[in-house]
Design a protein around this ligand. Sequence first.
Ligand code: PLP
Length: 404
Amino acid sequence: MMDINKIREDFPILSEIIYDRPLVYLDNAATTQKPWPVIRCLEEGYRRHNANVHRGVHFLSMAATEAHEAARARVRDFLGAASAEEIVFTRGTTEAVNLVAFSFGETYCREGDEMVVSVMEHHSDIVPWQMLCERRKMRLRVIPMNDRGELLLDEYEKLLGPRTRLVAVAHVSNVLGTVNPVGEMIATAHRHGIPVFIDGAQAVPHMKVDVQALDADFYAFSAHKIYGPTGLGVLYGKKRWLEEMQPYQGGGEMIDQVHFEKTTYNVLPYKFEAGTPDFIGTTALAAALDYVESLGMDRIARYESQLLQYTEERLSALPGLKIYGQAAHKSAVVSFRLGDIHPYDTGLLLDKLGVAVRTGHHCAQPLMERLGIDSCVRASFSFYNTREETDSLCAALERIRKMF
Ligand code: PLP
């Protein structure tokens, strides 16, 4: 069992009082709160270890470089990647998708080719591929889902053909919470010789991920959603792809030799890391990964799954409340609407009652269209949330329902 009260002491923001009430933070799919080891790492980094990496001969620069590269090795271990060369630091999941859409697209995609995404993708995992399709005159094809929010795997396989260049799919939906069977989907694509990009933004904070066991060609996540700093993310890519792909951005770090006649590029992963990286952020990400692994990814998954079950039971008992996303395999995200009350009003009133949730289309407008709604309320959970917080959410919703 996890001692949640003790864990909560590691997150100073959780004891904030908002509108005279203790904060109930249920917006973890948007961003997670930071534990002391991460906050301290950021503070110490700027206070004691700040010097630019990779180009200094002085003590501080070498120490910063060592810490930054140790963080890369930490991410490699965390994802089970074969080598640190396959770990590219980005600004987040969004930049990782844009990087692959540009660099993979430049190298492998031609007019008339196809690209496959699912109906439940975040805009970050749609728009960069759409832009690629426009640039290259390609066709974007969409994997449909059933009413429970599960992808239709038979339909998926029918979309794969000789012109399919890449499949991009979320490991976990940020709205429905569906955990997609990405291992199986990757195996299917590979039978057709097609590589797969996995958007792992909503998966890595909640479950053990092993990119080699999944056989993913690309896997991306954001540091801020796994208790780490903002503005930082990771792209894992198999070496064979990264080596062949064109660089994404030009600048310092990504070069080998620069001459006006010709420039040659650096080795992996630096070829994809133009400019000064967020080297303080990467060490804080390593601290965040140490933190979650000290709790145990399996224990986190078990605890959050129990909390999800409790929350869904309690919410389902509220008259007029409809939950969107009932997949057999779900992460701790519950999206819903309360009767005819507009989700924006529900969210605003929940806020006044001390409960932070997200409302809107959740950067998934095509999914909203599929669900036949324009928006919903989303409560998303972390291992630091409690049943009492679910009770507070339900009591607040009950009050709102009566108000209307
Ligand atoms: N993909 C999914 C599934 C997400 O939930 C998010 C953020 O909510 C993103 C991608 C984009 O992440 P970021 O804004 O950190 O780049």
